[in-house]
Design a protein around this ligand. Structure first.
Ligand SMILES: NC(=O)c1ccc[n+]([C@@H]2O[C@H](COP(=O)([O-])OP(=O)(O)OC[C@H]3O[C@@H](n4cnc5c(N)ncnc54)[C@H](O)[C@@H]3O)[C@@H](O)[C@H]2O)c1
Length: 321
């Protein structure tokens, strides 16, 4: 029998890719309040319920017999916690987390997998390792670090349900259109260049990220989903390789056969801007057998080949990175 999997936030970028790739393998139900996602990200055969993971009555609409709960719902990047609305982001993120965790346990789930983030590391020494001391540098990262503390305690009290967190690196791939200005820089640069617009780069373009294709992220999540008796764990998922914005930009020009120059501007983010990101992925490799397979150029080519210009609204000049 197929495992029954609830995916909160499943109409968003990473969630929808997980569901579309695994639609034959698992019996999937998606719960999403469409704060940022869209049902059009999902294959039509996937069961979609519009609702809020903060609300017990919406969670109850999904069913009561899940083997696995995957929790991606929440306010999904640091800039969303800026300005007057930041308190809403906090409440939404932490409340939906705890409610979904409780729902998962009561439904008899054997596993609760959730999205933490590499933002927790801030500008820590590289490579970023799971057991480094971290001081979350922004409100978003604080919510994710809270999840990690919460599940550690939860699994101690209720060891019958594994709790697995993922510190995703910089994820790019299909289905980012609804994220607009919050989409990955690879995706936003591609949207610009495809429309002959010069992308805007903050600073010198030497900043680098561990850009990881969403297919590899889904592969890592699936390995953790399948392996039994993991207890409480936190894993980095990335490629374990880094690329500068300048090199990304050259690669996209190459894939599109263009030669557009970027516009460099002074970095407006004065505090806490991440200069470099590079994951140590030994833990997930040795414990789960994870191996990233999508080369950067192939991932970019795939995105370019499947680009639907009618869905693009943003330019990188509006982006929040
Ligand atoms: N994309 C990345 O590079 C990256 C990196 C690190 C961590 N993450 C984390 O991974 C998760 C997924 O990220 P994403 O890029 O797919 O973001 P996303 O915004 O595309 O997906 C989140 C989804 O959650 C939904 N949602 C928000 N609040 C909800 C609520 N209360 N109830 C139900 N649904 C709700 C949104 O509508 C959206 O569809 C997020 O938790 C994010 O913080 C993403």
């Amino acid at each position: 029998m197929k495992k029954k999997v609830l995916v909160t936030g499943g109409a968003g970028f990473i969630g929808s890719n997980f569901c579309n790739i695994n639609k034959e393998k698992y019996d999937i139900v998606v719960l999403d309040n469409l704060f940022l996602g869209t049902p059009s990200n999902l294959h039509p055969d996937i069961k979609f319920i519009k609702g809020d993971a903060c609300k017990n009555e919406d969670l109850a609409k999904c069913g009561d017999d899940f083997d696995i709960v995957l929790h991606f719902a929440g306010t999904s990047s640091a800039p969303m916690f800026m300005g007057d609305g930041f308190a809403d982001g906090y409440v939404n993120s932490i409340e939906s987390f705890v409610r979904t965790l409780e729902f998962a346990r009561k439904t008899g789930a054997k596993k609760f997998l959730y999205a933490s983030t590499s933002s927790i590391y801030g500008n820590n020494p590289l490579p970023l390792v799971e057991d480094q001391q971290v001081v979350p540098p922004n409100h978003y990262a604080v919510t994710k670090f809270t999840y990690e503390h919460c599940t550690r305690m939860y699994n101690h009290v209720y060891p019958e349900m594994d709790t697995i967190g993922f510190r995703f690196m910089s994820v790019y791939g299909p289905n980012e259109e609804a994220k607009g200005r919050y989409a990955n820089m690879i995706t936003q640069f591609l949207w610009d260049l495809a429309r002959d617009l010069p992308p805007v780069i903050y600073g010198t373009g030497e900043q680098f990220r561990d850009f990881t294709n969403v297919k590899d992220i889904v592969a890592g999540i699936t390995l953790a989903l399948e392996k039994e008796n993991l207890g409480n764990k936190v894993y980095n998922i990335g490629r374990g390789e880094s690329t500068s914005f300048n090199d990304i930009f050259k690669a996209i020009n190459q894939v599109l056969g263009k030669n557009i120059q970027p516009i460099y501007i002074e970095n407006p983010v004065k505090e806490g801007y991440v200069k470099g990101q590079h994951a140590d992925i030994h833990k997930i490799q040795s414990e789960l057998g994870f191996k990233p397979t999508v080369e950067l150029l192939d991932g970019i080519r795939d995105l370019a080949d499947n680009l639907d210009r009618s869905r693009i609204k943003e330019t990188s000049s509006d982006s929040l990175r």
